[in-house]
Design a binder for this molecule. Structure first.
Ligand code: FPP
Length: 252
């Protein structure tokens, strides 16, 4: 049985009605653009409001018993957006890394990144490395930010690494099993997501954590990401808590 398959942790505060904790919650933060357009604002205003929602949700993790939160901040496909939107998103990202570093460290949040950071501006790469180093010993909970991330690219990289090991005689092809591929993911010690939330009513996986989501539960929230608040998180967690997770087996 996968790690955490039968776990049922009671959430300390938000849990009067038996909401079950998700150990790893991953979120596709969708709908910033539509949130802005509906208000007659530029798309970047939606991303700015989205950043506020990031701060809010990161803050709520301990209360909801979430010990790993992964946020899909920028996909390998997002470079196709207009250059000014990409620039704006990178500026927001830069600001977040600069402004939040001390607070994240104070709160005991270990921050890590997945995705190909080599295509990002060098100062952003340095801020990312700095934040990872500064929070490396934090143990309260994990925040994983997926930046220039694509699930297929991550699986392809793991396959390449294993193929190289075979070519160099370091392993036999017969040793390539699910554990070997899992071990080749960017953060190999990261538990698979228990719950994936996608906001804005869209129902797609969009190349997010493809390998890791094999047995994840999905909740599609109607709110656009900037409107995703405590109540919305509680609804999602409640829906998750009502699910019977069987992992392919028969329960009961
Ligand atoms: C999807 O909404 C959202 C994004 C591509 C960017 C998400 C970024 C943030 C929330 C801010 C920065 C985050 C961090 C962690 C620093 P969309 O623009 O695709 O919305 P639409 O589908 O309505 O157009």
């Amino acid at each position: 049985m996968p790690d955490g398959a039968a776990s049922s942790t009671v959430i300390p505060a938000a849990c009067a009605a038996g909401v079950r904790s998700g150990r790893h919650v991953a979120i596709i933060m969708d709908g910033n653009g539509r949130w802005a357009q509906r208000r007659g604002l530029p798309r970047l205003a939606g991303h700015r409001a989205g950043l506020e929602a990031v701060r809010r949700i990161v803050e709520l993790c301990p209360e909801f018993g979430i010990d790993t939160l992964t946020l899909f901040a920028f996909s390998t496909e997002n470079w196709r957006r207009p250059p000014e939107e990409v620039r704006g998103l990178m500026a927001l990202f830069r600001r977040y890394l600069r402004k939040e570093a001390a607070e994240l460290a104070d709160k005991g949040v270990r921050v890590r990144f997945i995705g190909d950071r080599t295509q990002l501006d060098i100062d952003i790469q340095q801020l990312m490395a700095g934040l990872e180093a500064r929070t490396a010993d934090c143990r309260r909970y994990d925040l994983v930010l997926a930046v220039n991330y694509g699930g297929r690219a991550e699986i392809a990289a793991a396959a390449r690494r294993l193929a190289r090991e075979v070519a160099e005689g370091l392993r036999s092809p017969d040793t390539i099993d699910e554990a070997a591929i899992s071990g080749g993911m960017q953060i190999a010690d990261l538990p698979d997501p228990d719950l994936v939330i996608r906001t804005s009513g869209e129902q797609r996986i969009s190349n997010f954590l493809l390998w890791q989501c094999a047995y994840a539960e999905f909740v599609f929230a109607e709110e656009c990401w900037p409107d995703f608040d405590r109540d919305a998180l509680e609804r999602a967690m409640r829906a998750f808590g009502a699910r019977e997770r069987r992992f392919g087996a028969v329960v009961g």
